[in-house]
Design a protein around this ligand. Structure first.
Ligand SMILES: Cc1ncc(COP(=O)(O)O)c(C=O)c1O
Length: 386
């Protein structure tokens, strides 16, 4: 009896010890609870790889998204994290800044909208060109917006921007400007930096700068720790509008103010893969695409000159067109009747202009043919159509 009791207490002790080993093992190496962090995921991946095991912790359906078919596994959060590191590294290296001087975003529209509450207010204006890009966000949240007409050469009138809003919070320069496609020289951006209020910021939106060349980029001012934020996007020259990728460059304290408003910097894996691939061949891509864009833009400009219409010389992949005797809406309507859709008339301050995007060679040939008909038919037909 005594011997039996001794035996069963020994096996109980063995079971307890075994139980403790299992608990310690699970706590250290076992599946984590919901909301697993990326560091944990990395650890788990490392452990899983070592023991030839698998990670089944993060509640993601393991068969991948529907188009992958059977047999392939969904990319893991840890893979996403590694790809993000690559993209952030490339974003920083391409502009020769430290990694903490850049934030990724799904496009540049998000940081642009967030910059409005970050740096302007109902009393500290968002100061921008007229015509220019954006400002909807400022209006919607009741912030002060000051519109400053472009100079005669279509650059930002920086002296007037300071004069009209000496107490501004954010001085926004779209370079090249949308909708004009025109550049504002470096000395003018430096003028804003030198004359703005001490706590204000200069924002340079370089959505289209890739079409105009590296020499027009302002990221070196970021590197010099100036009060400047530079916005970039993969939507334009990189052709990735639907994939949504962009970046904000700035001093870490300025980026901290921006990211307080909202951060959605986690980009999808296909987006990051395409962004990384583009940045790896950035110099080649820029040279090739700048040349294609210029050739197709020149094709349209030759026709415009031949037809006696006019366009503002552009450094981007769009330009402002005018046709003698016709308003912008009339040109728009007449071209639409020829099945060429232009940008609509979104800049009412310029009644007689319409924005044209530079398309492929074939698209610009069709644009040219339609424009010839519109000019030939003239304002009378356009007025009748209106
Ligand atoms: C000047 C400028 N900035 C920013 C954007 C936002 O583009 P995305 O959010 O696709 O980067 C646009 C889009 O047309 C733009 O023209």
């Amino acid at each position: 009896m005594l011997e039996q009791m001794r035996k069963s207490s020994r096996s109980l002790l063995i079971m307890v010890l075994f139980g403790i080993v299992i608990v310690v093992f699970i706590v250290n190496f076992g599946p984590q609870s919901q909301g697993t962090s990326c560091e944990q995921m990395n650890k788990e991946d490392g452990f899983a790889a070592k023991v030839g095991g698998q990670t089944i912790t993060s509640n993601d359906f393991r068969y991948g998204f529907m188009l992958m078919g059977g047999g392939q596994k969904a990319p893991k959060a840890a893979q996403q994290e590694r790809l993000k590191e690559t993209v952030m590294d490339l974003l920083a290296k391409t502009e020769n800044v430290k990694p903490e001087y850049v934030l990724s975003y799904p496009g540049s529209g998000t940081p642009l909208a967030n910059l409005v509450p970050a740096f302007s207010s109902p009393t500290r204006a968002w100061v921008m060109a007229s015509p220019g890009y954006g400002s909807g966000a400022s209006r919607d949240i009741g912030n002060k917006v000051v519109h400053v007409p472009l100079r005669k050469d279509y650059s930002h009138d920086v002296e007037a921007m300071i004069k009209m809003a000496p107490n501004g919070g954010a001085y926004y320069v779209c370079n090249p400007n949308n909708p004009t496609g025109t550049l504002t020289p470096r000395k003018d951006i430096e003028y804003l930096l030198a004359h703005k209020p001490k706590d204000a910021v200069v924002i340079v939106d370089e959505a289209y700068v890739h079409f105009s060349g590296r020499e027009n980029m302002s990221t070196d001012l970021v590197k010099q720790d100036k009060d400047v934020i530079v916005l970039r996007t993969f939507s334009k020259l990189y052709g990735m509008a639907g994939l949504r990728a962009g970046a904000a460059y700035g001093r870490p304290d300025l980026l901290a103010k921006l990211s307080k408003i909202g951060r959605t910097g986690n980009l999808a894996i296909p987006t990051m893969a395409c962004a990384a691939a583009s940045l790896k061949v950035e110099a080649k891509l820029l040279t090739e695409r700048m040349a294609i864009n210029k050739a197709n833009r020149d094709l349209a400009f030759e026709q415009i000159t031949k037809l006696g219409a006019s366009a503002i010389p552009s450094e981007a992949n769009f330009f402002m067109l005018s046709v003698k005797g016709m308003t912008g809406p009339e040109i728009n309507k007449a071209m639409a009747a020829k099945k060429i859709m232009l940008a609509g008339h979104r800049w009412p301050e310029w009644a007689n202009q319409i924005r044209v995007t530079v398309g492929t060679k074939e698209e610009m040939q069709k644009f040219n043919a339609a424009l010839a008909q519109v000019v030939q038919e003239g304002p009378a037909k356009a007025t009748a159509q209106a």
